[in-house]
Design a protein around this ligand. Structure first.
Ligand SMILES: Cc1ncc(C[n+]2csc(CCOP(=O)(O)OP(=O)(O)O)c2C)c(N)n1
Ligand SMILES: [Mg+2]
Length: 694
């Protein structure tokens, strides 16, 4: 196709054309300057993004975190130049991590010139914690669309909980743009299925149907009928046969907004690298700069000055200001007025909204948290967790969650009167049934967190693998998402090694910013939740036991409040002068205590450190850390029914590891404990060996 044949977007508005060409050429120039990036999809989807932002979406660039704004998710995150262009052209303002407006633009032209460079607010992929106006981090394909389902469930919940007659405080929509990659990833199927089940008519996905992925035409690997698939899920499926036809795109959004009871899926037929004479419709347009010569030809076709770079023609900023800017400002002003009246009439609800926006808790959030009496038989971590969850969910109206079909086992079902189930007809419930969809569950919980709802998702710890990509993103986004994982070790004995996590703790501890907690008894479970609830920017994983764990006598041993330090001296040697330190987590804490008592009786000065969380401990002062693990006491043993990987950092090279080195096995727990050495005698022997006393 020759440059002269470029068909301009079908619109009578000269400014619209200019704005679309600006998005296209900014994207082309930024990728060329960076010598890396993805120009083709921004070139193809510029008319879509222009139409959605400037004509449809309710978004005020002056306040990108206004609670009732429409949400935009770019699930095909490689097309990030679309976002940087639109955030720049709409002059969206920056906010900081404390939700304060900074009085400066989110993305400057200079950021775009420095696309993909260190510190630029135009990074390679959309980064939620880094650029204001980005609603969620995307890049791993499929995550964005799945997260958008959480946002849509979140909006429905907020509307059900807060709206009152005459007060539509929440009535926003969620738009997610995705490509072939997102459609191929399994997570999109999980999420789409649940979205239709829940009748999320506030959710619209736009599928960039360009038949191109990196290896070439999609016919090499992807020949299903995507539209039929979404019809089968129960979505409202629309098709726009020409990605340059803004009138039709606008019309499709009108139909979306009128459609009730189901989400909308718009198949948008597009040409990757649109307007590039030699690269359009080729995989090269996906992820390579066009090159100087091709850029000239392409710009000529767009009717653009061939030598201009990073050009924003006169009137383009004003055009966006007159479109999304004016509409957004008006909508926000009307909402602000409505919210003031709402506050007068429903002050408590208004306060809840204020608190949620800042991720703060309301007074009394921790009232009635249980204190478990000493009990040698004890209670399972999951049981204690279930009791705590049921109290927290009553204390904190916006605390909710559910399991991937394991509620009865995870003990995460909220059972108090009126807790209710989240369904299409009852979006304000508190129990979210994810179905057996762990990956989508984790992304959805992130979407709820992004909606400022305090949410948890649950499954067996072993299946955290199925959720891991979204757990990682919760940490990257700095979201206080909560993951409740039960059956944390070999407690489900007979189920065997397919159900026994080994490497999972090590693998999650390796995720920067994620807090993992493996409480040792029921009171540590309570303290773990107390800690987690106060997090505002960090996700947490709870690893909880299936089997009962003795509830330690806290009048004899240290208070469980030590959990807030990540690790604490639970039981000490006489005079606080240990010669050996037993470090344990979870179900192995009481085992370590038994070994400790035996060692004391044998005249060995041992100390037990309960270490529910490495990450929290690492955040303590050096002085505190040294008080728990005195550097001169080098005889140390880690006891954890999981991979030993990483424990060297606390026990040193000379330490002992009573941990797992293989997969587990199928047998009753008692036999497994014996077989793998998780018995007091074994720990005692290890301690004596270390001290050369055997
Ligand atoms: C989970 C995941 N796998 C692989 C990639 C690498 N990747 C980035 S873009 C892409 C091709 C995407 O094709 P499509 O969604 O059709 O995007 P288009 O080229 O049409 O914009 C791949 C494989 C990724 N980002 N995420
Ligand atoms: Mg594609």
């Amino acid at each position: 196709m020759g440059a002269a044949q470029v068909v301009q977007p079908k619109t009578d508005g000269k400014m619209a054309l200019l704005a679309i060409s600006t998005i296209r050429t900014l994207s082309i120039d930024a990728v060329q300057e960076a010598k890396s990036g993805h120009p083709g999809t921004p070139m193809a989807l510029a008319p879509l993004v222009y139409t959605l932002w400037n004509r449809v979406m309710r978004f005020d660039p002056q306040d990108p975190i206004w609670p009732n704004r429409d949400r935009f998710v770019l699930s095909n995150g490689h097309a990030s130049m679309l976002l940087w262009s639109i955030l720049h052209l709409t002059q969206t303002q920056a906010v900081d991590a404390d939700y304060e407006r900074l009085g400066q633009p989110s993305v400057t032209l200079d950021d775009i010139r420095r696309f993909r460079q260190l510190d630029s607010r135009a990074p390679g992929h959309p980064e939620y914690h880094w650029v204001s106006g980005v609603e969620t981090t995307t890049g791993p394909l499929g995550q964005g669309v799945a997260t958008s389902v959480g946002m849509a469930i979140g909006e429905k919940w907020l509307a059900a909980h807060f709206n009152r007659p005459g007060f539509e405080i929440f009535d926003y929509n969620i738009y997610a743009v995705c490509g072939d990659g997102c459609m191929m990833e399994g997570i999109s199927s999980e999420a789409a299925s649940l979205a239709a089940h829940l009748g999320l008519d506030n959710l619209c996905w736009i599928y960039d149907n360009n038949h191109i992925t990196i290896e070439g035409d999609t016919n090499i690997a992807f020949t299903e009928d995507v539209a039929a698939r979404f019809l089968a899920y129960g979505w409202n499926v629309l098709r726009v046969g020409d990605a340059n036809d803004i009138a039709r795109i606008e019309r499709a959004f009108e139909i979306f907004r009128k459609t009730k009871g189901r989400p909308t899926f718009i198949v948008l037929d597009s040409h990757i690298g649109y307007g590039s004479p030699n690269k359009q419709d080729t995989p090269e347009a996906h992820g390579e700069p066009l090159g100087d010569d091709e850029i000239r030809l392409t710009k000529r076709g767009y009717g653009w000055p061939e030598d201009a770079k990073f050009l924003v023609p006169d009137g383009v900023y004003g055009h966006f200001q007159a479109g999304v800017g004016a509409r957004g400002a008006q909508a926000r002003a009307a909402w602000t007025k409505l919210f003031a009246d709402y506050r007068a009439k429903y002050p408590e609800l208004a306060t809840e909204i204020d608190l949620m926006q800042r991720r703060e808790l309301l007074d009394g959030w921790d009232r009635n948290l249980p204190v478990f009496p000493a009990d040698s038989k004890g209670i399972a971590g999951r049981e204690a967790s279930g009791k705590v969850l049921n109290i927290l969910a009553q204390n904190v109206p916006w605390f909710l969650g559910g399991s991937a079909d394991l509620g009865p086992s995870n003990k995460t079902t909220l059972k108090y009167d009126g807790a209710g189930s989240i369904q299409a007809i009852s979006p304000g419930g508190k129990n979210l049934h994810f179905g057996i969809r762990e990956h989508a569950m984790a992304a959805i919980v992130n979407g709820l967190s992004l909606s400022k709802i305090r949410a948890f998702g649950a499954t067996f710890f072993i299946f955290s693998d199925y959720a891991r990509p979204a757990i990682r993103l919760s940490a990257l986004m700095e979201l206080p998402t909560i993951f409740v994982f039960t059956h944390d070790a070999m407690g489900d004995g007979e189920d065997g090694p397919t159900h026994q996590p080994v490497e999972h703790l090590a693998s999650l501890r390796a995720i920067p910013g994620l807090i993992t907690l493996r409480p040792g008894d029921a009171n540590e479970v309570v303290e773990a939740y107390r800690y987690i609830m106060q997090l505002r920017h960090q996700p947490a994983v709870l690893a909880l036991s299936r089997q009962p764990l003795p509830t330690l006598d806290r009048s004899k041993y240290a208070s469980a409040s030590g959990v807030a330090h990540g690790a604490y001296v639970l039981a000490d040697a006489p005079g606080g002068k240990p010669e050996v330190i037993l470090i344990a987590t979870g179900s192995e804490v009481s085992l370590a205590v038994q070994a400790h008592e035996a060692l004391l009786a044998d005249g060995v000065r041992s100390r037990v450190v309960s270490m529910p969380s490495w990450e929290i401990f690492e955040h303590q002062t050096q002085e505190y850390q040294d008080s728990v693990l005195p550097p001169h006491v080098t005889s140390r043993i880690a006891v954890e029914q999981a991979s030993s990987f990483g424990w060297e950092r606390y026990v040193g090279r000379g330490g002992q590891l009573v941990c797992m080195k293989t997969f587990g096995a199928s047998a009753p727990l008692k036999e497994l404990q014996k077989h793998f050495g998780f018995e007091p005698d074994h720990v005692v022997a290890a301690a004596k060996k270390l001290l050369g006393r055997n």
